[in-house]
Ligand binder design. Structure first.
Ligand code: GDP
Length: 690
């Protein structure tokens, strides 16, 4: 059987997946002929189906690499376009349409393309063969065809008819062989006619004697000979069988009727070869011989490529094995490891500090609103200046006014929506930390994994958000009604309030300095003193100052306003720092005088309670679920294709994987070639003559 051809086709497919290296191709039969020479009819007779694009202006624009695979025990006949992944196509008119579409996709200006279409046909009725159908030569470009088409087709064919390919040169019997474009092209590259098979079509169009003499031609002798055929599909059959039934037997019957009607010219003693069946056998035989003789050369070429791939693997990758799965598994392990390290360092104390910091800021806001209020919004409006702070120093501990003020301030803090705030703060921190971990991991180069990790984080945090925030809110509820303080709590809050105020003072001072630097010290001083005068009512403004005032632009006034605010705030904070350090504020008994300390103590209580629940409801849950969620999304249940796609997102990994794959495929191809060489003695002759 045609074991060798089939195995070689297998090897060729392996080599094709390795990549387009010119040295690694096996010989094929390339089919050339001028338009209307009957080229399509010959190929369709061999395949047994009409499947090639037809139509008045349908010039084949791309080579078709046609692989025929004999499937002796199968019923079905079908085609596949391996590069398109359309699956098995049993309807040959569908194959025809697909080929037509692929041809029409070549832009008009390019005329033809040398990017081949791969088509494999499986059938019990085809021989194992590989053929390349090329665009038909045209004599004169048609009216709606570009003038350079003729040359481009000829150039494309020239590329393919080079050694070691076998040339199947199609000429029609009713055209003088001397005028056959196919034979002329073949003679250019194969002057001694060693690897060309001549096919003479339309034998029925010339009288038998003339037909015989064409086939016996001695003017253009071909070592592989000429075969005469009649490939026209009988009309009646074509009508019924289009696209579905096999047309081989109809063609053969028709052809047989013709040749057997002229036994003298075409009979067994005529010394000429005729018939599609003869042609098929010849093609199989010639292809097998050619492949056998090119085997040694191909083996050497593969060995050399393999050597190069092996060298690259060693030098660039230190022979380090890698697969898409192992890469994903290692990446995931690494990431989970770093997550674990983070989780160990981010627990209750860290959450506590974060949350307390957040509440410290809220306390500052409340203080500014309720105690330190200098209306900063209307700096350009004259106003009587209250001095609530000096009042505060003189506050009567029994006064209802100051009592209520303090209660309202504490309420503002406890009713802030602590549950929501605290949960948001922690969830955001977790999210940011995960982002940082991703950025520092191998996943940084993998958008797919990043999305999975982001989704996993979001899912868990969203799942936990409401219940956590409710729990926290619930548990701080008692503080909304009453706040009991112990002396040690007061002492701690006094210390912390001092620290917060000092930080705030530093922040104000450096902000003021920055304003000073942008505006200029002198200018800022001038505009600030202008604003002070306005506020004291010493300067009366016309208008609201939005278009500038006192010779200052509105932008400058805005900066001045900022300066006045920062200066005043610094002064207030300095005063308050003195106050909370004073004896008056040393004990919780005098909480009325020191709202800073009191609110700090409240914030501290809220924080402690919130942290307890945040830890259980959010942190522990997240630490437990996150790695599991990752396993689910990036672990075992991903398909091989998904794992492969993931790994290939990183160009370095892709290159590494490619080298390994190339090496493996070449090794496989080499192994198969060695297998054939052991089976087939012909394959050992390095330049076998056919
Ligand atoms: P291509 O352009 O070279 O692919 O040629 P086709 O295979 O499309 O054939 C061109 C024309 O010649 C079509 O009308 C075919 O029916 C016709 N034809 C092909 N082979 C034969 C044959 O053996 N005998 C006759 N009489 N006509 C044929």
């Amino acid at each position: 059987m045609m074991l060798l051809t089939r195995k070689m086709i297998e090897i060729r497919n392996i080599l094709q997946t390795v990549g387009q290296s010119n040295t690694l191709t096996l010989p094929s039969i390339v089919v050339i002929g001028s338009q209307s020479s009957g080229k399509s009819s010959v190929l369709e007779a061999i395949v047994g189906h009409e499947f090639l694009p037809k139509g008045s202006n349908m010039v084949t624009r791309r080579p078709i690499e046609l692989t025929l695979v004999n499937t002796p025990n199968a019923q079905a006949e079908y085609g596949e376009f391996p590069a398109l992944g359309l699956g098995k196509i049993t309807d040959f008119s569908q194959i025809q349409r697909t080929l037509t579409d692929l041809n029409l996709a070549v832009p008009e200006k390019d005329c033809v393309s040398d990017d081949p279409i791969q088509l494999t046909i499986y059938s019990p009725n085809v021989p194992d063969l590989s053929l390349i159908d090329l665009p038909g030569y045209i004599q004169v470009a048609g009216r709606d065809q570009p003038p350079e088409l003729k040359q481009k087709i000829s150039d494309l064919c020239d590329k393919y008819i080079q050694s070691p390919n076998v040339i199947l040169a199609i000429s029609a019997a009713d055209v003088d062989l001397a005028n056959s474009t196919a034979l002329r092209a073949s003679r250019r590259v194969d002057p001694r006619g060693e690897r060309t098979i001549g096919v003479v079509t339309k034998m029925d169009l010339v009288d038998a004697e003339r037909g015989r003499s064409i086939l016996a031609d001695k003017k253009y002798p071909l070592r592989l000979g000429y075969v005469g055929v009649v490939c026209r599909v009988p009309q009646t059959t074509a009508l019924f069988s289009r696209g579905s039934g096999n047309i081989t037997s109809a063609i053969l019957k028709n052809e047989h009727a013709f040749f057997s009607a002229h036994p003298t010219e075409f009979g067994p003693h005529s010394e000429v070869e005729v018939g599609v069946t003869t042609l098929r056998k010849k093609l199989m035989h010639v292809l097998e011989q050619t492949m056998a003789s090119s085997l040694a050369g191909t083996r050497d070429a593969i060995s050399q490529e393999l050597e190069e791939a092996t060298y690259e693997f060693k030098v660039q990758y230190n022979d380090r094995p890698l697969s898409a799965e192992s890469y994903l598994a290692e990446s995931l392990d690494g990431f989970k490891h770093s997550f674990k390290a983070f989780a160990e360092g981010f627990g209750r104390p860290q959450v506590r500090d974060m949350l307390k910091n957040e509440l410290d800021q809220r306390v500052l806001d409340i203080l500014a609103q309720r105690y330190w209020n200098k209306p900063v919004e209307d700096l350009l409006v004259p106003m009587p200046e209250p001095d609530p702070l000096s009042d505060l120093a003189k506050a009567d501990p029994e006064s209802l006014y100051w009592r209520r003020k303090l209660d309202a301030s504490a309420s503002a803090l406890t009713k802030l929506g602590i549950g929501r705030l605290a949960t948001t703060v922690v969830a955001t921190a977790l999210q940011n930390h995960v982002d940082q971990l991703v950025a520092g991991s191998t996943f940084a180069a993998h958008p797919y994994a990043q999305k999975q990790i982001l989704d996993a984080t979001n899912r868990i945090l969203n799942d936990r958000f409401f219940s956590t925030s409710d729990q926290v809110e619930n548990c701080i509820k008692p503080y909304k009604f009453e706040i009991e303080l112990e002396e040690p709590e007061w002492a701690k809050a006094r210390e912390n309030a001092g620290r917060v105020l000092r930080d705030e003072l530093r922040a104000c001072e450096s902000a003021l300095k920055r304003v000073e630097e942008t505006v200029g010290k002198r200018k800022l001083k001038d505009v600030m003193s202008f604003i002070d005068h306005v506020r004291k009512g010493e300067i009366v403004l016309e208008g609201d100052g939005s278009a500038g005032a006192g010779g200052f632009s509105s932008a400058l006034l805005e900066r001045g306003r900022e300066g006045v605010f920062l200066r005043d705030r610094s002064e207030i904070i300095k005063m308050r720092l003195l106050a909370i350090r004073s004896k008056q504020c040393a004990s919780k008994k005098n909480q009325m005088y020191c709202p800073e300390i009191f609110l700090d103590a409240v914030a501290d209580k809220l924080t402690a309670t919130a942290v307890l629940f945040l830890n259980v409801e959010l942190l522990s849950e997240f630490y437990y679920n996150f790695p599991r969620e990752l396993d689910g999304r990036l672990g075992r249940h991903l398909s091989d294709a998904e794992v492969e796609r993931f790994a290939r997102e990183d160009p370095r990994v892709r290159k590494h994987l490619d080298v390994i794959r190339k090496k493996e495929l070449l090794e496989l191809a080499l192994q198969k070639i060695e297998g054939i060489r052991q089976l087939d003695p012909r394959a050992n002759a390095s330049n076998h003559t056919l």
